[in-house]
Design a protein around this ligand. Structure first.
Ligand SMILES: Nc1ncnc2c1ncn2[C@@H]1O[C@H](COP(=O)(O)OP(=O)(O)O)[C@@H](O)[C@H]1O
Ligand SMILES: N[C@@H](CCC(=O)OP(=O)(O)O)C(=O)O
Length: 377
């Protein structure tokens, strides 16, 4: 696709029908570990304005731990996981109570959704998340999402809401992603470094990643810093979704397409939500190794992966799971949703469709991975 101008990207954001807004802990809370109702109310005012003009807004809100630790008597954000989970349990309630009251002033309802990684990995759960979000939006409510910090175990969690917000943008087929933080824009280096310069437009986030020096959090409550925000912007750009990054007090102008913060251009056309899920959220459970002919066909982008071109199957998976498609040198070519259980596949390898039908039956005369379920990496 042609690279759009900054004005085109800003216009696309202003005209977005469905917007995912992500706000960080430091934009909603005091360093003492309590909510800052004034800043939260200002954010709600900006979102309500867009919502009342007919926009569909999903809010991904951090802040549960940061709103809960002061209330529970800690003088700083705890580092112990169980303490963090307890703080999140308390803070999430406080956060939602404040959002409920703030949105009610505009006659708007909110709906809380707490997500774990497995809700976006397993196809069934992914569909559930999507259906609930779609219905909440259809009913005019503002879904408010956070990671389910109190239950997520440390080994398997998003850990930051930046990446989660980009996945949510895919799930709801958003037209724009708005990342709100405590810094007004992306800079060429962490703003604390002398000489760092503000960047107002990033036409290609993958190129920018090589040139910009991104650092960790600048506050005592944030988690991912600019690293995870750039990753979120990258997922959005690759998914065909324009994004803007700025401070929370610029939420209104950012959503109106004003030249605040940093705008990120999409670098691909929009893909289907399911293909984007395969590409970004699915966790492959095994590998199909393609021979050189099949590898070439898969790389071409329009072919299904047939059993005739597969030389090896690795891992233990069920039909419908995500798998890697590798070449014989071990390079990942694609990710795909496989049509058969791993135990069924060895007997199919190297056989063409006629042979599969004759020796194994009609139900085996299908590609291992259909091209609609295959995404190049
Ligand atoms: N290149 C950069 N440009 C802007 N900010 C950066 C950069 N590198 C690191 N940062 C830091 O990232 C911080 C924002 O991330 P974080 O603290 O995780 O916020 P949030 O709580 O909103 O998610 C900024 O305050 C800033 O200190
Ligand atoms: N889920 C956590 C926040 C995780 C997170 O990404 O924080 P932040 O870097 O402030 O956006 C919480 O609600 O405390």
């Amino acid at each position: 696709m042609n690279t759009p101008s900054q004005a085109q990207v800003r216009r696309a954001i202003a005209e977005a029908q469905t917007i995912v807004v992500k706000v960080g802990s430091s934009s909603l809370t005091e360093p003492s570990g309590h909510l800052d109702p004034q800043r939260l109310n200002a954010l709600v005012a900006a979102i309500a304005r867009v919502r009342l003009m007919g926009g569909r807004v999903v809010l991904v809100s951090s802040g549960a731990i940061a709103a809960g630790f002061g209330t529970l008597g800690f003088d700083r954000r705890p580092t112990d996981v169980a303490d963090q989970q307890a703080c999140a349990a308390v803070g999430q309630g406080l956060l939602m109570a404040q959002y409920e009251t703030a949105f009610a002033r505009y006659g708007l309802r909110v709906g809380q959704i707490l997500i774990t990684v497995s809700d976006t990995i397993a196809p069934q759960q992914y569909r559930n998340v999507r259906r609930t979000l779609d219905r909440l939006l259809d009913l005019g409510a503002v879904p408010i999402i956070n990671e389910n910090d109190s239950l997520a175990s440390n080994e398997i969690r998003f850990g930051d809401n930046d990446r989660l917000s980009a996945l949510i943008a895919n799930i709801v087929v958003a037209d724009a992603l708005v990342l709100l933080t405590d810094v007004d824009a992306l800079y060429t280096a962490p703003p604390s470094e002398p000489g760092s310069k503000r960047i107002s437009y990033v036409p290609n986030v993958e190129d920018a990643l090589a040139k910009v020096q991104v650092g960790g959090t600048g506050s005592n409550v944030g988690t991912g810093g600019m690293v995870t925000k750039m990753e979120a912007a990258r997922v959005a750009a690759v998914s065909g979704i324009p994004a803007v990054l700025t401070c929370a007090s610029n939420a209104g102008p950012a959503m109106m397409g004003d030249p605040v913060g940093t705008a990120f251009a999409p670098i691909n056309d929009r893909g289907s939500s399911r293909r984007l899920w395969i590409g970004f959220a699915s966790h492959p459970q095994g590998t199909l190794v393609a021979d050189s002919g099949a590898a070439k066909a898969v790389r071409g982008g329009a072919a299904s992966l047939l059993a005739a071109g597969v030389v090896e199957v690795k891992g233990d998976f069920a039909a419908g799971d995500a798998v890697w498609v590798d070449d014989e040198q071990g390079n990942h070519l694609a990710k795909g949703l496989v049509g058969f259980d791993s135990e069924e596949i060895p007997q199919m390898l190297g056989r063409n469709t006629t042979q599969l039908k004759r020796f194994l039956g009609e139900e085996y005369a299908h590609p291992l991975v259909h091209r609609d379920n295959l995404v190049l990496v």
